[in-house]
Design a protein around this ligand. Structure first.
Ligand SMILES: [Zn+2]
Length: 594
């Protein structure tokens, strides 16, 4: 340690892991194992926590799976700064609501149950305590809790310690102010001994904040010794083995001697492990962790989750992020025509498989025609393309709409003789014929024919919670999250086995599903763009191609979502106030909506 450091400040006596082992108490409502904290329980946490209290480290990056105890690690860091090294601290969460929940459910119990902290931070309920849910003072410092979605909450006074949790879930911009992590970092610039801690489960490769930060660090990995040959190794998914069909039996296979480790053997190996940097240290200590290291997860559970997710790109992506702590490499930028041809099977409008329960329609409006797709839906949103129609004619003319109405009233049959009808439809009102679309939808309100407008942007709900009202005619217009719907549709086109989300196409091109249809649904690709230095994805039409068929499919999916939402009344709001909600987890909801 250099002399200038000694002169300026006497470092605290304890490292964070030493502090936690001697002072921290786990609260019963937040932990399955309440009582005294023990770093050795998840030994890898020691290196992470002590990097935070190491004066040579200015930034700590933790890229990890879920379920490795990272929230407790963050709490220990907070407790340490309150008790040992008082400083102004900013604890940043993806949203203000999540910040409030963190304060109430995690921070408050620690402050209450850890004797060394009790009394230093007064109860927020006490009068004149100076403490609120989002701001807690203690002798020599304070903790401010902010949401990355709120520029106002970030624009506080200078801070010495920034604890940014779940940074991959932060919006690209806090309001209009720019990247929330940069904004928060700016608050630390007045402190020469600032400390920045970035923690997250990663997301998509090339877009992940935490992966970028980890790549710029010394990239530490955790090595554990084999109980049999003592060979030190990183735990990797490709070494996990199980008996075919019995993922619960999974064991870890030593990369050196091939011996199989039981869960207790693996956990013991983790206790004897150590961190090793892959790059030279430059002030940024980076840590990567997967669920394979977690003392709270059996290997069989991880393997079962994998088996349940592997057939579906959407679920597999979540599994890779949350179980392996790795980014997901998105190979689904576009779907090739041959892959779509493989989705064809022998059925038609009058002999639909019995799994089809209902149908919806999606309609794209052009200046010289309407294009319509009728899609059948079964359990877990497995779909069957039923028919694709192009109605030529000027949408200013009545006949075009009469033809559309006839198509929407068509009936179809399943093999066992059930009648299938269109139960909801979405029509694009974005073109030159908005008035005609609104009128058509208004007159068929009871048949759930909805006028919609496409609404871009990642994470927008496919079907909105609320509709906006046309200023001219006072008709409802629903803002459909088309990018989310395209993400979902493309991921589903890549599912190879019939089941949840699988897309069936009829073999007969006379149904409208011809080469032209395939050309159109594959006409767009997902590309990465940058805004204020942060990447985000958009869907882009390949030059010279048409995409009406893709739009129709997306609108038919929105129509399906509208049925499932119909229990909720639509309330008119200003367009700018269209409420956001997280993308729907369609797999979690099953097929019980009929
Ligand atoms: Zn071995």
């Amino acid at each position: 340690m250099s002399t200038w450091w000694r002169i300026l400040r006497a470092p605290p006596d304890l490292s964070i892991s030493e502090w936690a082992d001697s002072k921290r108490r786990l609260s019963p409502e937040a932990s399955a194992e309440p009582g005294i904290w023990e770093t050795a329980r998840a030994e890898y946490q020691r290196g992470i926590m002590d990097a935070v209290s190491n004066p040579a480290v200015h930034t700590v990056v933790v890229m990890s799976s879920a379920q490795v105890g990272k929230t407790e690690t963050i709490l220990n860091v907070l407790g340490y700064y309150v008790d040992q090294d008082p400083a102004p601290v900013l604890a940043l969460q993806p949203t203000l609501e999540m910040g409030q929940a963190f304060s109430k459910d995690r921070l408050a119990p620690m402050l209450r149950d850890t004797p060394a902290l009790k009394g230093k931070v007064q109860d927020a309920r006490a009068r004149d305590s100076g403490n609120t849910l989002l701001h807690k003072t203690f002798p020599g410092g304070h903790i401010t809790i902010a949401g990355a979605n709120s520029a106002a909450s970030l624009a506080s006074r200078p801070i010495r310690v920034l604890l940014a949790d779940e940074v991959d879930r932060y919006p690209i911009s806090a309001g209009t102010e720019g990247d929330p992590v940069s904004l928060a970092r700016k608050r630390t610039t007045t402190f020469w001994n600032r400390k920045i801690v970035l923690v997250s489960t990663p997301t998509v490769k090339g877009q992940s904040r935490i992966e970028k930060a980890y790549q710029e660090s010394d990239r530490r990995i955790y090595l554990v010794p084999c109980p049999d040959c003592e060979h030190e190794q990183r735990l990797i998914w490709s070494q996990v083995r199980w008996v075919e069909g019995k993922p619960a039996s999974a064991e870890y296979c030593c990369v050196e001697c091939g011996s199989l480790w039981s869960d207790p053997q693996r956990w013991a190996a983790v206790r004897n492990g150590r961190w090793e940097a892959q790059d030279e240290f430059n002030g940024v200590a980076g840590f990567h962790l997967s669920e394979l290291y977690s003392p709270w997860r059996k290997l069989g559970e991880t393997a079962e989750d994998f088996v349940a997710s592997k057939a579906d790109p959407e679920r597999l992506r979540t599994w890779v992020n949350t179980a392996l702590g790795d980014t997901w490499e998105d190979r689904g930028e576009t779907v090739d025509a041959a892959a779509l041809d493989r989705l064809r099977s022998n059925y038609g409008p009058d002999d639909l498989p019995n799994g089809v329960h209902i149908a919806t329609a999606g309609i794209d409006t052009q200046d010289d025609r309407l294009e319509v797709e009728i899609v059948g839906w079964g359990d877990d949103e497995q779909s069957w393309g039923i028919a694709y129609h192009v109605i030529y004619g000027d949408p200013a003319q009545k006949t075009v709409w009469e033809d559309l109405d006839a198509i929407l009233l068509d009936t179809y049959r399943t093999e066992n003789g059930r009648t299938i009808r269109v139960q909801a439809a979405c029509i694009d009102s974005g073109g030159h014929h908005a008035d005609a679309v609104l009128k058509f939808a208004r007159e068929r309100f009871r048949r759930k024919v909805h006028a919609i407008k496409g609404f871009g942007g990642q994470g927008k709900p496919i079907w909105p919670l609320r509709a906006s009202k046309s200023s001219k005619t006072r008709d409802f217009v629903y803002m459909v999250g088309v990018d989310t719907a395209k993400d979902t549709t493309f991921a589903r086109f890549q599912i190879e086995d019939p089941g949840p989300g699988y897309c069936n196409l009829p073999a007969d091109p006379a149904t409208g599903y011809d080469g032209n249809w395939i050309d159109q649904v594959t006409a767009e690709q997902r590309v990465t763009r940058f805004k204020e230095g942060r990447p985000y994805t958009v869907w882009q039409l390949t030059k010279g191609k048409r995409n009406e068929a893709l739009d129709c499919r997306v609108y038919a999916l929105a129509a399906l979502k509208s049925i499932r939402r119909s229990a909720r009344p639509a309330t008119p709001v200003q367009r700018s106030a269209t409420k956001q909600e997280p993308a729907e987890d369609w797999l979690g909801t099953g097929g019980s909506w009929l």
